[in-house]
Design a protein around this ligand. Structure first.
Ligand SMILES: [Zn+2]
Length: 407
């Protein structure tokens, strides 16, 4: 089920330094039907590769076990719909040759990101390992194949359909256990003059803004630009441009082609900034671990003070990220009786490890909590606007990251 990592996932180096132990934690997406269900916990800790500087988990969990619990459906966020339009514009602008052939998305979830391409009359294909979610996408008119992406899957696809001139893979590369196999698959499936876009949660921002809540078993690697470029370039894919994701705090979208490329000014700047920030050194990551422990103490003290003043608190967003923060900080159902989540797939379940009931936003607001703690704080604007405008919520919001605040 879970094994200790003895060599770097990307470079194979064996000089590895563990630097941050988050304790034994359940799989972040393993929501329970009932608080009495088995609720296993596994080691969750980070190590630093002294050879290539890649930050990664000390243990590797079985991919099929992790994905069996996958319930995130991207279409539940309204911000994602407008982002999908913008994303397709940005990608097509960089890939003028996309008119012929199909647009391929790996880990396409419910197909939300492929819809704008379909609207423009392009052929699309999604690949997603979760059978139930692939079936939902097919029903919604987005052709989707339920397979795990790999070299083998790529060869099979190219035999049937030929290579693709546009491929994108958002928030999936760090989540697969064999990054090299996955990346080589992308190279195999990409046409010679095609463009690939990769979105990842960026290690430079994780380090700077203390995003320790993004550490969970599904998230094997925390890529710096240098580490992700190294992996992809070894598979024949060279970066030429980069942009910040407008909706996912701290995410970058990297654009790549085959063959030698000259970097855009934005890419060249980020490479230099990363070097200066110390993302490739162990010291700043050891400080990160200390800062995370201080953050935990501060947050727990604040929640204790609010409860002692008689304030009621509810959570919003039963995301994977919230699971890590709740378990690391020991915030359970005594502190937060409920968490609201818009996804009907999650409502009625309880959080793993902390046993907090997940309910609809309307049900959470029936109790009129004094404070809503934003666990999905990366969607803060959207959630605040919705609770204020659609539900007339007049209480306060507690935002845990990047710094703890109540407003
Ligand atoms: Zn390495």
């Amino acid at each position: 089920m879970i094994e200790r990592v003895t060599s770097c996932r990307v470079c194979g180096g064996t000089s590895l330094t563990p630097f941050f132990d988050l304790g034994e934690q359940p799989f972040a997406n393993a929501l329970l039907k009932n608080p009495n269900d088995p609720d296993p916990r596994y080691p969750l800790a980070l190590l630093f590769c002294n050879t290539c500087s890649l930050v990664q988990l000390t243990h590797r969990a079985s991919e099929r076990e992790l994905f069996a619990h996958y319930v995130w459906v991207s279409g539940t966020s309204t911000a994602i719909h407008s982002f999908s339009e913008q994303f397709s514009d940005e990608l097509l602008r960089r890939a003028p040759l996309a008119k012929n052939g199909y647009v391929l998305e790996i880990a396409s979830n419910d197909g939300t990101m492929l819809k704008p391409f379909l609207k423009r009359g392009l052929e699309v294909l999604g690949i997603d390992p979760a059978e139930n979610i692939a079936a939902m996408a097919n029903q919604a008119g987005i052709p989707t194949e339920p397979v795990f992406w790999s070299r083998e899957a790529a060869r099979d696809l190219v035999t049937r359909k030929g290579p693709s001139p546009i491929i994108f893979a958002r928030n999936v590369l760090p989540h697969v256990s064999n990054q090299r196999d996955f990346a080589e698959g992308l190279s195999i499936a990409l046409a010679e003059d095609g463009v690939l876009a990769i979105e990842i949660h960026y290690a430079g921002v994780i380090l700077k803004d203390l995003h320790y809540d993004s550490i969970y078993h599904e998230h094997h690697c925390y890529f710096s630009l240098r580490a992700v470029e190294r992996l992809l370039s070894e598979c024949g894919l060279q970066a030429f441009d980069i942009m910040q994701s407008p909706i996912n705090a701290g995410n970058i979208i990297l654009y790549l082609r085959k063959g030698p490329q000259s970097p855009s000014p934005t890419l060249a700047t980020l490479r230099a900034e990363e070097e200066a920030q110390g993302v490739h050194q162990l010291g700043p990551w050891q400080e990160f671990a200390i800062r995370a422990k201080h953050h935990k103490e501060e947050l727990v003290a604040l929640l204790g003070k609010l409860l002692s003043e008689g304030k009621s608190i509810a959570g919003y967003g039963a995301s994977a990220r919230s699971s890590t923060m709740l378990n690391f900080c020991g915030i359970d159902n005594e502190i937060l009786p409920v968490i609201a989540d818009k996804s009907p797939l999650k409502q009625g379940l309880v959080t793993a490890g902390t046993h907090i009931k997940i309910v609809s936003p309307a049900e959470m607001l029936k109790e009129a909590p004094d404070i809503v703690m934003l666990l999905a704080w990366n969607f803060k604007e959207e959630i605040v606007a919705e609770l204020r405008n659609s539900y007339d919520y007049t209480g306060r919001f507690l935002t845990p990251f990047p710094t703890i605040s109540i407003e």
